[in-house]
Design a protein around this ligand. Structure first.
Ligand SMILES: Cc1cc2nc3c(=O)[nH]c(=O)nc-3n(C[C@H](O)[C@H](O)[C@H](O)COP(=O)(O)O)c2cc1C
Length: 375
């Protein structure tokens, strides 16, 4: 009998054992020397909370309302490309979990299930995430498809102007679409369980694009530098739903996003996968929150590895929190079961930490629960 996953670190260790190195490293890896990824998690740990008693915390409400929609939990699934590298059909598992747990799920431009399928599986929970490559027209076609599919929320990712050098991927020969040469074949052969259950059912693909190598409408490594004011205006005019700008780490960029018509600002350094010396978003959260009008929600991801971190982000002023890798570790470890266990762990952790700091609802979480260092 398989033991249940007991922490996100445990899920990661199990995924590492089960998955070929090529796949695990793509998910787990980060830019350069991976200092940003490590710092993201460390900066959450560095925040200390103030335990408080003498409050009635018997009932705790973890729900959060953002952009006019109520979610059962204050966290969601960040958009991630090629999730099926962790498990065949991982995108569907994530969509089903989003529905079951009543949380949002980001659907990547580079997803391994089509944006249409994802919206059918999770009509009220799926938020489409847009990458703008060299062709604005191709990007606008995706926006049209998202509209037709029924999406109401669009996440525009702005921090992948140039995909970073990720040394593990370079060393392992990782490419999307996946190419399997002799070295990768040995890696797969050494992980037969993954290879039999995942690869035999079909190689993970960039499902939003034709599987024709001549189709250059999306190239993972292309420079994506066209996010200027003209484009943002065109996008805002074309998209009447909520526009969320993701990949912000500075106050001036957050303000610009709002000036250009963003309905929400999503702080992120892409989980440290882009700029290795990037500041941790949690360190910019208070300043960004203070600089924006109060009706603009602020979301955050990068380095969230527990319910404890989620409570800290909410207390610092985030309206909602997203996690990326933890969900793929969970699936990579044991599919739908692992995903369900990790959701339970995070939910239970948030509820427990809220009780310890004397708060019975997400709305009560603010700076008063954070220890302020005296300099
Ligand atoms: C495997 C993987 C693929 C990702 N693909 C995308 C993507 O296609 N679009 C996007 O906006 N962000 C992408 N991200 C970044 C996530 O949305 C998110 O910002 C990041 O994972 C958060 O950090 P965390 O993994 O430390 O939680 C990806 C992250 C991972 C781990």
């Amino acid at each position: 009998m398989r033991r249940p996953i007991h922490s996100i670190a445990d899920a990661r260790a199990r995924a590492k054992r089960r998955m070929p190195r090529l796949m695990f490293d793509y998910i787990d890896g980060a830019a350069g020397e991976e200092t940003a990824a490590a710092n993201n998690a460390q900066r959450f740990r560095d925040i200390r909370l103030l335990p408080r008693s003498f409050k009635d915390i018997n009932h705790r409400d973890l729900s959060a309302t953002v952009l006019g929609q109520q979610f059962a939990l204050p966290f969601g699934i960040a958009p991630m490309g090629m999730c099926a590298l962790s498990w065949h059909g991982a995108d569907k598992l994530l969509a089903e979990a989003a529905v079951a747990r009543q949380v949002p799920i980001g659907v990547s431009t580079a997803a391994s299930a089509s944006l249409e399928d994802m919206c059918q599986w999770a009509p009220d929970n799926a938020w489409f995430q847009l990458y703008v490559g060299p062709s604005i027209d191709e990007a606008m076609k995706l926006v049209e498809r998202a509209k037709l599919a029924g999406y109401k929320n669009l996440i525009l990712t702005v921090d992948a102007q140039k995909v970073a050098r990720r040394s593990r991927d370079i060393k392992n020969g990782f490419q999307a679409p996946l190419k399997i040469g002799p070295r990768q074949f040995i890696d797969l052969a050494l992980h037969p369980e993954w290879s039999l259950t995942t690869l035999i059912k079909g190689k993970p693909e960039l499902a939003n694009f034709a599987n024709d190598p001549a189709d250059a409408s999306f190239t993972r490594t292309a420079t994506r530098g066209l996010l200027d004011a003209t484009f943002l205006k065109r996008l805002r005019d074309a998209w009447s739903g909520n526009l969320i700008v993701k990949g912000i780490t500075t106050v001036d960029n957050a303000q610009h996003a709002v000036e250009y018509g963003a309905d929400a600002v999503y702080l992120s350094n892409h989980g440290g996968r882009q700029l290795d010396s990037a500041v941790a978003p949690i360190d910019q959260l208070s300043a960004v929150r203070a600089a924006l009008p109060s009706h603009i929600p602020v979301f955050i991801d990068s380095g969230v590895r527990s319910g404890d971190s989620i409570v800290k982000a909410l207390a610092r002023g985030a309206d909602f929190v997203f996690l990326g890798r933890p969900f793929l570790y969970a699936i990579g470890a044991s599919g739908a079961k692992g995903l369900s266990e990790v959701f339970d762990i995070i939910e239970d952790d948030i509820s427990t930490v809220m009780a310890q700091v004397g708060c019975s609802s997400v709305a009560e979480l603010d700076e008063h629960i954070i220890f302020q260092h005296q300099n």
